[in-house]
Design a protein around this ligand. Structure first.
Ligand code: ADP
Length: 503
């Protein structure tokens, strides 16, 4: 349904540099690309080289207003469409995304510095999977019949909320956007997404690709800064639901603004996820599991990264040695190179922040920093935001590195002697997003799984978010769930009661 002509090619474009240039300076509103009303742009930088690869439209309240009004107009017709038909269209979007999977993977690798083979391709594939999953759920938007009186038919129906404002971060922007857009659309809402400053391109291309299938105005995208573009989206009177993924501080600002309008808000915030390793675990599998759990292939930029690992003392030294050996084998380099396992940190600001934590850890008395892997040698990457992964030992629970979310390739490994004590340490956190337990004693594992304060606890695995499994944290890690049928029903619809007196 897309209007033409467009600055971007209809066939997949594998030259991500060319595509980035073509996408410069644009929002996607009402079924077409549009420049920022105020004419302002900001730079999109390749963090592997420090070079500007594109510019992005710098939106403000005027752009947000245009997008929300188009979304509100489109929502009336969209909500009238049978739910299964809406689902079928979202499912059809998945096919378009699959055709463009490699293109999207290259584009996201370029703007975020995430390695193509280990991260970016996987993320692009997951987007299609999420669209397929939610696309199949149209017929699940069921209500109930409620016993009231013999001559009164009393039923509930699920209705959409209206225009949804979705605000996303830069770490897995395509996936996190899909988790919001797909259920919102299938439930009959229309959406305006505000992309993250650091990664506006791949999500914009996805918006355009999905608009080839969806009616104009159903899915809109604006880019810009948080306070100037994100805040007006939350505050816009026609936005009837906000779904946000980002930091705890910004989440609180968003929740406060939403509360002024009395609209529902879903928040996916940070994490400081513990991994608890018992001596009876399958050692080799646990080392391999820890390697993926630390999310070092994403430079640790993950809310569910196992950023504090507790290992039962008899196997502590062997575990640390094996982890160091395994991380040393990981290749740091150009995110677009197939050989690369670990790419770059997203931005200079994050680079300084992560480096600050590492410097603080190194200065802490009794701490050892096991720096792993090797910096890339390629001179083209000399300005790249590369940080060698670090495994810290000798830090205790009072360290900022154990308490705060670093969002970098840093893990602290600590020994423990007693299951109750390690449970108390794991729960002694402001966060409660995810946790994992590694043991062959399922009695102990299940007992601790029930008592860990986290939205997701896994035993002998630590997978990232999966379609069909509710995902969301407790405590400062957030409010509400994503990724599941229950999330779609609870967070993107309201239940209306209808009563018919037949007496
Ligand atoms: P990070 O520190 O990881 O960038 P943020 O929480 O600041 O995390 O950003 C997540 C998203 O929230 C981004 O899209 C950002 O632009 C947006 N954002 C930042 N400040 C605000 C705000 N005041 N209102 C709405 N959105 C905001």
């Amino acid at each position: 349904m897309l209007e033409t002509p467009h600055p971007t090619p209809s066939a997949p474009e594998l030259d991500c540099f060319a595509l980035a240039r073509q996408m410069s300076g644009l929002h996607f509103i009402g079924g077409r690309y549009m420049p920022a009303i105020g004419g302002k742009n900001f730079a999109v930088v390749n963090p592997a080289t420090g070079e500007q690869v594109a510019s992005a439209a710098e939106g403000d309240a005027a752009d947000v207003d245009a997008a929300v009004r188009d979304a509100a107009r489109a929502q009336k017709e969209w909500a009238k469409m049978p739910a299964r038909k809406r689902g079928a269209l979202v499912h059809q979007c998945a096919a378009v995304i699959r055709e463009h999977q490699e293109e999207l993977a290259r584009l996201i690798a370029l703007e975020t510095g995430k390695a193509l083979r280990t991260e970016s391709r996987v993320e692009a594939g997951t987007v299609a999977d999420i669209l397929e999953f939610f696309g199949g759920l149209g017929s699940e938007l069921k209500g109930e019949s409620v016993p009231f009186a013999p001559n009164v038919l009393s039923v509930t129906v699920r209705e959409p909320l209206g225009v949804v404002g979705a605000i996303i971060p830069w770490n897995v922007p395509m996936l996190l956007m899909a988790l919001k857009v797909a259920p919102a659309l299938v439930a009959g809402n229309t959406v305006v997404v505000k992309s993250a400053e650091e990664a506006p391109l791949a999500v914009l291309r996805i918006c355009e690709l999905m608009n080839r299938v969806l009616p104009a105005g159903a899915f809109n995208m604006v880019s810009g800064m948080g306070p100037e573009c994100g805040a007006p989206l939350v505050e816009h009177p026609l936005v009837r639901k906000v779904t946000f993924t980002g930091s705890v501080e910004t989440g609180k600002i968003v929740a406060k603004a939403a509360s002024q309008k009395l609209i529902p808000v879903t928040l996916e915030l940070g994490g400081k996820s513990p991994m608890i390793v018992f001596q009876d675990c399958d050692f080799a599998k646990t080392v391999a599991g820890a390697l993926t759990s630390m999310r070092f292939t994403r430079q640790g930029q993950s809310c569910t990264a196992a950023s504090r690992i507790y290992v039962e003392r008899p196997i502590f030294d062997a575990f640390v040695a094996e982890m160091k050996k395994a991380v040393d084998l990981m290749v740091m380099g150009d995110p677009l190179d197939e050989k690369t396992d670990i790419g770059t940190i997203i931005s200079e600001g994050q680079f300084e922040k992560v480096q600050g934590f590492i410097d603080e850890g190194k200065k802490t008395a009794g701490a050892t920093a096991h720096e792993c892997s090797a910096m890339p040698k390629d001179s083209a990457l000399k300005k790249g935001l590369f940080i060698r992964p670090v495994i810290f030992t000798g830090l205790d629970g009072s360290s900022r590195l154990v308490r705060e979310e670093i969002f970098g390739p840093v893990t602290v490994i600590q020994p423990f002697d007693d299951a109750e004590a390690v449970l108390a340490e794991a729960n002694d956190s402001e966060y409660g997003l995810a946790a994992s337990l590694w043991t062959n004693n399922l009695k102990v594992g299940l007992d601790l799984a029930h008592r860990l304060e986290a939205g997701l606890v896994q035993i002998n695995q630590n997978l990232v978010v999966q379609a069909n499994l509710s995902y969301g944290g407790v405590k400062s890690s957030g409010l509400g769930k994503e990724a599941s049928l229950e999330a779609m029903l609870e967070h993107f619809t309201h239940k209306k009661t209808i009563m018919v007196n037949m007496a």
